[in-house]
Design a protein around this ligand. Structure first.
Ligand code: ASP
Ligand code: MG
Length: 424
């Protein structure tokens, strides 16, 4: 079994979907499991739709639903010249559900409502792509991950029940290959034991590919992207990026953990456990080698990798009762942060204070100050950048912190990190 994942950019219009069909033809002799994301920016659009529903903003809601409908309809009409296909009806019924939703009472759980609606992006994209693939002669079958991947009830960030998921995949997914060569399914979504839809967190489709590959004992996973592979830096910030030919699972986890956005960080662990190679390849140039992530660490240290995270805010908190930062304070601080869903990018402590950096756009500074103000003095520094260099040398460090004031520096044998402010 080969598991392929196609992200939003690789199915963003009719031409892109035609390209997906061509790529799949290159592997026609193999059993393929194809995981697809919502088309283009559909997930963002659906997030706005949920917000409008929540705010009971009827006119905005209706406008946004029609806009998303027209986006999908245009692709559908370009792919299928006639209207007798079942897929038209299936797409209509998804939008009928959305159109009716605004007239119905909703629950008091935003995250629950979010998952029921935002998941539809993947339902739409897979319905359309699967129908098109069949039209092109692929022996394709559509499968519903809302019947395959079982999760807990933590909506918007759900956790996989691996035992149950394995059972469902054995029962429901693997038998499909008796008649099909190719199964198309949704990334990003799962379901609770009551049958409600859950999502695995933004950009979670990579993770779906990892889960399905693990449970089907796949030969490999390929993530098809608009870049030639994993690069040593984000081409948005660097001119001369280098493609990493081969890196280890461990290195890929480290890079993803520090913020490299190529692969969702949770994807790699299940693959590493079963030694399933992960390829990152270009959907623009499918015959090019891409990057392979596997167990050998021989190539990891050859090229320094750079990860930039902009718009960081650093909070420093000091106990008001003059106590030191010891285990009790730390556990209190971590509990508060984890309860509020705040994700730390970097942390450090001294005798009297604990400092942590987070993404500025994921938090509200005043709310964080409020969380700690009873027991701690809290200070913050906004608009910082977090620079991580893996496999650094002195020259790269000098280059990276030139023109910057460094607030925090952390160094291990493989990794150096700077939290810094640009000098204007
Ligand atoms: N469509 C979802 C998102 O944009 C999942 C994914 O693309 O991986 O976050
Ligand atoms: Mg996406």
């Amino acid at each position: 079994m080969l598991v392929f994942k196609f992200g939003g950019a690789s199915v963003k219009n009719a031409e892109a979907i035609q390209n997906v069909s061509k790529i799949l033809s290159l592997y026609a002799t193999e059993k393929r499991l194809v995981v697809i994301s919502a088309m283009g920016k559909t997930t963002n659009a659906l997030e706005e739709i949920v917000q409008a529903l929540w705010d009971k903003n009827v006119s905005t809601y209706k406008y946004l639903v029609e806009e998303t409908y027209n986006f999908h309809l245009k692709i559908l009409n370009q792919l299928f010249k006639e209207h007798h296909y079942a897929v038209h009806q299936e797409v209509e019924s998804v939008f009928d559900f959305l159109r009716n939703k605004i007239d119905q009472p909703i629950s008091d759980n935003f995250d629950f409502e979010y998952d029921q609606i935002v998941s539809l992006g993947e339902i739409l994209s897979t319905l359309i792509v699967d129908a098109y693939l069949r039209e092109e002669g692929h022996l394709s079958v559509w499968a519903d991950t809302r019947k395959l991947i079982r999760t807990d009830r933590q909506y918007r960030d759900s956790n996989v029940d691996w035992t149950k998921t394995q059972e469902l995949i054995n029962e429901r997914l693997l038998p499909l290959y008796k008649s099909a060569k190719l199964v198309v399914t949704q990334g990003f979504i799962g379901h609770t034991s009551e049958g409600f839809t859950t999502t695995l967190g933004r950009e979670g489709s990579d993770y779906t590919a990892g889960i399905l590959a693990y449970c089907t004992d796949a030969k490999s996973v390929t993530i098809w992207k608009d870049v030639p592979g994993m690069l040593n830096a984000d081409p948005k910030w660097f001119e001369n990026t280098i493609k990493l030919e081969q890196i280890s699972f461990k290195e890929a986890i480290e890079l993803a953990y520090y913020g490299a956005s190529v692969i969702h960080p949770k994807t790699i662990k299940p693959l590493q456990n079963k030694q399933i190679s992960l390829y990152v390849k270009s959907f623009i140039d499918p015959s090019a080698a891409g990057t392979v992530i596997q167990s050998s660490m021989d190539y990891d240290h050859l090229i320094p990798s750079f990860i930039f995270k902009l718009e960081q805010v650093l909070f420093s908190i000091t106990p008001k009762d003059f106590s030191f930062i010891v285990e009790e304070n730390l556990s209190d601080i971590f509990e508060t942060l984890s309860k509020s869903g705040i994700k730390i990018n970097l942390m450090q402590n001294s005798a009297l204070s604990f400092s942590f950096a987070v993404d500025q756009n994921k938090i509200n500074i005043d709310k964080v100050l409020d969380l700690f103000k009873d027991k701690y003095e809290v200070k913050f520094n906004a608009n910082l950048e977090l620079i991580t260099i893996r496999h650094y040398d002195d020259e790269t460090i000098t280059k990276m912190i030139h023109n910057k004031t460094v607030l925090i520096e952390q160094k291990t044998r493989q990794t150096v990190r700077f939290l810094a402010r640009k000098i204007d």
